[in-house]
Write a protein that binds this ligand. Structure first.
Ligand SMILES: Nc1ncnc2c1ncn2[C@@H]1O[C@H](COP(=O)(O)OP(=O)(O)OP(=O)(O)O)[C@@H](O)[C@H]1O
Length: 233
């Protein structure tokens, strides 16, 4: 049971994603680590069916996202919590998401408790801080009780207490058997929770292995700089 990317390629003018391959299994947190502009979000957009790769495949338990009947039941995601439409309330947004995804709305109050946002259930999304939007994004990602989570820079905007809370929640979600792909350019964010790390630099996977293997090279930071593509050093 896993997410499998095989030889994923994409080309924009001035940037190429080349042969990106890695797996995320249930019950593990995989840190997807790379500097700004390395190709992390592009890879995640391809995985989530938002764009088609020029070559290669991104499969979730054997099926591309775009061909899944009810993808939110299998894979939840936070790509950019900023975009969530501001006019509706927190509950209205989650209701809309549940209807759009064919999901059960009865879990919404429980999820709002889980992400510590129940007190803001009736607040307009436009009045939420970025950290609160990240929590709302996570509630949305969990709405379908998915086996996988794909999170792009989910700690943006969270305060230190929020970061600690988020890490604990990620570990709990992993221990429940979910597979989590956590994309970030922040080393400490990844080293605090990841079981495995995939490093990407200038559009290519430059290293992958268990966190302990990387730390055995000195520190994740040493490994990160060692695995940067020459252009990015
Ligand atoms: N739709 C697009 N058209 C053209 N270029 C794009 C497009 N999307 C991304 N790029 C370029 O592709 C490169 C990789 O971008 P991407 O957003 O995947 O990087 P990232 O690793 O997520 O970076 P960050 O950590 O800054 O979010 C960048 O140079 C970006 O400008």
């Amino acid at each position: 049971m896993s997410i499998v990317l095989t030889g994923v390629c994409q080309a924009y003018s001035g940037f190429e994603l080349r042969d990106v391959s890695f797996e995320v299994s249930t019950g593990e947190i995989v840190g997807f680590l790379g500097p700004n502009g390395a190709g992390k979000s592009t890879t995640l957009r391809i995985l989530l069916g938002l764009e088609r790769p020029a070559r290669g495949t991104a499969l979730i338990e054997g099926t591309p996202y775009a061909r899944m009947a009810q993808p939110m039941r299998t894979i939840g995601s936070i790509l950019d919590a900023q975009w969530i439409a501001g006019g509706q309330t927190v509950t209205q947004y989650l209701n809309w998401l549940a209807i759009a995804g064919g999901l059960d709305r009865s879990r919404i109050p429980l999820l709002l408790e889980q992400v510590d946002l129940a007190y803001a259930a009736k607040r307009r999304v436009s009045r939420l801080s970025l950290g609160m939007r990240q929590r709302l994004g996570l509630a949305g990602a969990l709405l379908g009780d998915p086996r996988y989570l794909v999170l792009d820079e989910p700690l943006n905007g969270l305060d230190p207490e929020g970061i600690r809370w988020f890490r604990d929640l990620l570990r709990q979600l992993r221990d429940q058997g979910r597979g989590i792909l956590l994309s970030s350019h922040i080393l400490t964010e990844v080293s605090a929770v990841a079981d495995r790390v995939v490093m990407i630099s200038n559009g290519r996977v430059t290293g992958s292995g268990s966190l302990s293997d990387f730390e055995a090279e000195g520190s994740l930071e040493d490994a990160f700089f060692k695995h940067l593509a020459p252009k990015e050093r």
